[in-house]
Ligand binder design. Structure first.
Ligand SMILES: Cc1cc2nc3c(=O)[nH]c(=O)nc-3n(C[C@H](O)[C@H](O)[C@H](O)COP(=O)(O)O)c2cc1C
Length: 191
């Protein structure tokens, strides 16, 4: 496959340029025990409002009961490729502090933690594909989540497989040019 690196207008860090969200994961790849520790450590050191660290992760390796529970909760259009990933991570967040006060920045904080582990993954030759398409109640029930913990996204983690394993539609998405707004559209003021 040709490179799917970002066509950046100026050089950026390599893991940022080479990160993208594949669907063709290699189902013959498995993580050794502890292999995801560096990703979780990267998440752990993300910044958060008042250093509340509201992120909580459910980590499941392919073949485990937890992995099956997560794939069961994914919408079919995600489950049919994500089931080949080496691991799935449910990214959840505390919505309230221990004393019941709201944590208004917690979803924002979680996003930064997921971004950190996605880039750590890339620097180790791994890929992460985040998904919002899943049944929140199913995850909540399967993992008996406390009321103040909300599942926000699921991430597939693994190594690249052959795109030929995908459906034709998925293959064309896998190889389509990557697009972004121009810098001029996203920078409202640059004085
Ligand atoms: C919060 C969030 C939810 C997403 N949900 C899905 C999803 O349900 N299914 C899917 O295939 N991709 C999903 N994606 C992946 C995006 O479509 C993808 O990141 C975007 O198209 C940009 O492509 P790139 O990551 O390859 O640069 C999601 C990404 C994020 C950050």
């Amino acid at each position: 496959m040709t490179s799917r690196n970002a066509d950046t207008s100026t050089p950026v860090l390599e893991p940022i340029a080479s990160r993208w969200s594949p669907r063709a994961f290699d189902e013959t790849h498995a993580f050794a025990p502890g292999a995801l520790r560096s990703l979780l450590e990267a998440a752990r050191w993300a910044p958060s409002a008042r250093n509340t660290q509201p992120w909580r992760f459910i980590v499941a390796h392919r073949g485990s009961t937890s992995f099956a529970r997560i794939t069961d909760a994914l919408v079919e259009s995600n489950a049919n490729w994500a089931r080949r990933a080496s691991a799935l991570i449910v990214n959840t967040v505390r919505l309230e502090d221990e004393d019941g006060s709201p944590l208004p920045w917690s979803v924002y904080d979680l996003g930064q933690a997921v971004s950190s582990y996605s880039l750590q993954a890339r620097s180790e030759g791994l890929y992460v594909h985040q998904m919002g398409g899943f049944d929140h109640d199913a995850i909540r029930e399967s993992f008996n989540l406390e009321r103040h913990i909300e599942p926000i996204s699921v991430a597939a983690v693994g190594v690249l497989g052959d795109p030929a394993i995908l459906t034709e539609r998925q293959q064309s998405r896998e190889t389509a040019p990557r697009a972004r707004h121009e810098l001029g559209e996203i920078v409202l003021v640059d004085d």
